[in-house]
Design a protein around this ligand. Structure first.
Ligand code: SR1
Ligand code: MG
Length: 417
């Protein structure tokens, strides 16, 4: 097991590594552990002038359950993802300063002027253009690491090097299995039990099986692998950007430890599933009781309308950017326009399905999130029911989806009123 750093030893560590120390004044640097994820320590190291860097070190266990052992090798996926994102996504990820293989850590740019998107959303933020940039991020990473831009042997070698079986297994279990069976990891408010038990039916399991099989077998591009709103930074009041500035990045994607060669739709679907959680939270906060969920009379639905527009904004960012890149250069001339159209349509359908799977697992599985957890018991039930109903509809109907507007419609139709 690698020796874990702490707030004191991490500064000594940086001081002994000139390639990292050059980014700050080590003599005045102080560190703080700021990690809130499950699998890593995250140290923000800042000097007296405010210059900083971040050290992320893998834990050999799940932070909240030390008996659950996890490989420390996920740091290699982290480094691989950071490197690829740095290379292909044009500023939509933090700068990567380096990997220390022995200490199982990476050092990256300090983004403490940015806000974690989930925290911002849970506080009621509106972030114009952020979803579009996440779509662009997915498109650039997908294009840059796949057969669309690279030679087959090159992709196959990269795919082989990117295997990440232990973390893939976590996703397989937590997203594609446990929520659909009785399992000790599951948990929900009693007021949602009818919807939870109804998920355990063969037809729905078959839909989930299609998504899981795609996840297991379609190694088409390097994925982020866990692209939810806590894996994204957005602009904050400390680093604002003008509304008409369409070039400066509005997001930075981080936390690449779940990365592997998989279906591009998975990243988009996880993102969409987290939009659904934010929408359900907003609906629950706007309602006075379960019977007034979605009732607009006397309420300000402006922010909800923005939240529900994010499926289309993210998709448009993805599709427009992907088509632009493929239009500039395709590595394989037999990838005709009709083939590209078909690939995009298929990616959309699977993304809709993955959004449903993410909505369900975040509501009743092991990894709940503050979006619903901080609502209080009544509102949590109302929001859970919205997420479960919409997610179920997405699982049942993902193969019919022909546009991001269809995804929005399926969700809207699931809101009780
Ligand atoms: C044990 S890890 C649980 C979850 O946290 C991560 O962010 C992934 O979403 C994973 O499923
Ligand atoms: Mg994470």
């Amino acid at each position: 097991m690698t020796e874990l750093l702490n707030n004191e030893t991490v500064v000594d560590y940086i001081a002994q590594h000139p390639e990292f120390a050059k980014h700050i004044d080590v003599a005045t640097a102080k560190a703080k552990e700021i990690g809130d994820g499950n699998l890593n320590l995250v140290f923000l190291v800042k000097d007296a002038d405010g210059r900083g860097l971040v050290v992320k070190q893998t834990l050999p266990y799940v932070r909240s359950d030390h008996s659950w052992k996890v490989t420390e090798d996920s740091i290699f996926a982290e480094a691989r993802g950071l490197e690829a994102a740095d290379k292909y996504t044009n500023g939509l990820s933090p700068k990567f300063y380096g990997l220390d293989r022995d200490r199982r850590l990476v050092v990256i740019e300090d983004l403490s002027d940015w806000a974690q998107w989930r925290e911002a959303l849970d506080e009621g933020s509106v972030n114009p253009g952020a979803a579009r940039d996440v779509g662009r991020f997915v498109a650039r990473l997908a294009y840059g690491t796949s057969y669309f831009s690279r030679e087959p042997q090159d992709v196959q070698k990269a795919a082989a090097e990117s295997i990440n079986p232990e973390l893939e297994q976590i996703t397989e279990d937590l997203i594609f299995e446990e929520p659909y069976y009785e399992h000790e990891h599951n948990g929900w408010e009693p007021g949602a039990t009818d919807l939870v038990l109804a998920l355990r039916d063969e037809e729905l399991r078959t839909q989930v099986a299609k998504l899981k099989y795609e996840f297991l077998t379609n190694g088409e591009a390097l994925l982020h692998g866990d692209l939810h709103s806590s894996s994204l930074f957005v602009r904050s009041e400390k680093n604002p950007v003008a509304d008409d500035d369409t070039e400066s990045p509005r997001i930075k994607a981080y936390d690449f430890e779940f990365g592997f060669y998989g279906p591009v739709a998975f990243d988009l679907g996880i993102l969409w599933g987290n939009f659904l959680l934010a929408q359900a939270r907003e609906l629950a906060l706007l309602a006075d009781g379960p019977e007034t969920i979605g009732v607009r009379e006397g309420k300000d639905f402006a922010r909800f309308d923005w939240l529900i527009s994010l499926y289309e904004e993210a998709w448009d960012g993805f599709e427009t950017e992907f088509r632009r890149l493929v239009g500039e250069h395709k590595a394989d001339k037999i990838f005709t326009d009709a083939f590209v159209d078909g690939w995009i349509a298929r990616t959309l359908r699977f993304a809709a399905g993955y959004a449903g799977a993410e909505g369900i697992r975040r509501t009743i599985g092991w990894a709940h999130l503050p979006d619903l957890e901080t609502l209080g018991p009544d509102r949590k039930v109302w929001a859970s029911r919205v997420v479960l109903t919409a997610s179920r509809a997405l699982l049942e109907r993902f193969e019919e989806v022909g546009s991001a507007a269809d995804v929005r419609r399926i969700v809207e139709e699931s809101i009780p009123t």
